[in-house]
Ligand binder design. Structure first.
Ligand code: NAP
Ligand code: MG
Length: 403
């Protein structure tokens, strides 16, 4: 069988621990036998980040910007304990934060759905993707908790012109205060990423804030989204047969629960943090969640939403077989390859991604799955280890593979 050729390489970012082991297994068993894989490889494993003083992470992000599509393995974000464990020269920043800062993107998280794992919300039939703005608001807020009464003001000193002062409160008792901000430029990037992603996924886009209460702050988000939609995207949305829909966050929550799914829900930073945990839990498991970072100028970085599964890695090192779920990592690869296929006009690469995902989901639906899913599945299941699962997916793929 002839392997599928690629035109432009993927940017490949290798990672740490159990996911690094799975990364190699997936390539060897499910990708390299079928694709003449071209990648520009960066080793984001902790030892190499340490050796290069984290330059490798920056280089990988710049390459993602240059080539347009990247696939990333989960990586360790070092804390004090990791500094000791790996004898690091520094407590490096989270690779995802470094990459996000360079690509200036929005994170889209989508559950992977299988027939024998029912969502907790019965009417959800299609995935709900959360698009989380990952800058500002309470995550960059300044706070004061007072131990006495006093007067608080919100004061803005412009670079030119007169300052603005608003009285917040004047109280005779202890109080808590918080000042938050966001940048128009970041809200614009967020909006562009969401509109582009909706076009690429061919799904409706919902956006919600609390603009009736927050008449300046949240209202600005709403107005920027509307302006960008009207000038840059309305026509393309109409052509694609999809809609942009703005509503209040409380109305959105009610509609989401009553919906069938199958749309993208853009959320401000805090709302996205909370709602993505709710949505992923209601759909089943973090090991069944894909994540893609989309930059406003149209670069894509695909990954799994979970971490490096450290506990399983220690068992692996002790020589045990582990039943670690490789699905989200496999879908990071198929997502990236499908995007390359789309961009480069290679329908056979897109078809490969579709059939591989179908083979993987079909395997789970036939009752063969890793332990984490066997605990959730209805209608009988056999829990296998990671190697057993990958072998079953390969068999399913070859079974249905006709060209
Ligand atoms: P984790 O790797 O997501 O694992 C937490 C637990 O969730 C595991 O112990 C396991 O539960 C379950 N789990 C997660 N993924 C699974 C899978 N594919 N198959 C089966 N079970 C799975 O989170 P963590 O242990 O908090 O973090 C470990 C490391 O990952 C940390 O160093 C952190 O910095 C890093 N991290 C990286 C990223 C990223 O690169 N995007 C994201 C998050 C965390 P059981 O043990 O009960 O089986
Ligand atoms: Mg959270």
């Amino acid at each position: 069988m002839e392997k599928i050729r690629m035109k432009v390489p993927l940017v490949e970012m290798d990672g740490d621990e159990m996911t690094r082991i799975i990364w190699k297994k997936l390539k060897d068993e499910l990708i390299l036998p079928y694709i003449d894989l071209k990648t520009v490889y960066f080793d984001l494993g902790l030892p190499e980040r340490d050796r290069t003083n984290d330059r490798v992470t920056e280089e990988a992000a710049l390459a993602a910007k240059e080539y347009g599509v990247a696939v990333k393995c989960a990586t360790i974000t070092p804390n004090r304990q990791r500094v000791e464990e790996y004898g690091l020269h520094a407590m490096y920043k989270s690779p995802n934060a470094t990459i996000r800062a360079i690509l200036d993107g929005t994170v889209f998280r989508t559950p992977i759905i299988v027939g024998n794992i029912k969502p907790a919300v019965r009417n959800w039939k299609k995935p709900i993707t959360i698009a989380r703005h990952a800058f500002g608001d309470i995550y960059k807020a300044s706070e004061i908790a007072t131990d006495r009464g006093g007067r608080a003001e919100l004061r803005f000193i412009p670079n030119e012109g007169e300052e603005t002062v608003l009285q917040i409160c004047d109280l005779d008792e202890p109080m808590v205060l918080q000042g938050q901000f966001n940048k128009d430029s970041s809200i614009r990037s967020f909006a562009h990423s969401c509109f582009r992603y909706a076009l690429s996924a061919k799904q409706d886009l919902w956006f919600s804030t609390k603009d009736t209460i927050s008449k300046q702050y949240d209202q600005t988000f709403k107005l920027i989204f509307q302006e960008i939609y009207d000038t840059d995207y309305r026509k393309r949305f109409e052509e694609a047969g999809i809609t942009y829909f703005y509503t209040l966050i409380d109305d959105a929550v009610a509609r989401v629960i009553r919906s069938e799914g199958g749309f993208i829900w853009a959320c401000k930073n805090y709302d996205g943090d909370v709602m993505s945990d709710m949505v992923s839990t209601a759909f089943g498991s973090l090991a069944m969640m894909t994540s893609v970072l989309v930059s406003p100028d149209g670069n894509f970085e695909y990954e799994a939403a979970h971490g490096t599964v450290t506990k399983h890695y220690y068992r692996y090192l002790a020589g045990e077989k582990t039943s670690t779920n490789p699905i989200a990592t496999l879908f990071a690869w198929t997502g990236a390859l499908r995007k390359r296929g789309e961009l480069d006009g290679l329908p056979e690469l897109e078809r490969y991604a579709d059939s591989m995902e179908a083979a993987c989901l079909g395997t789970v639906e036939s009752g063969i799955m890793t332990k984490d899913l066997a605990l959730l599945a209805e209608g009988g299941s056999t829990a296998v280890d990671t190697d057993g699962f990958i072998a079953a997916v390969r068999a399913a793929y070859e079974g249905r593979f006709t060209r």
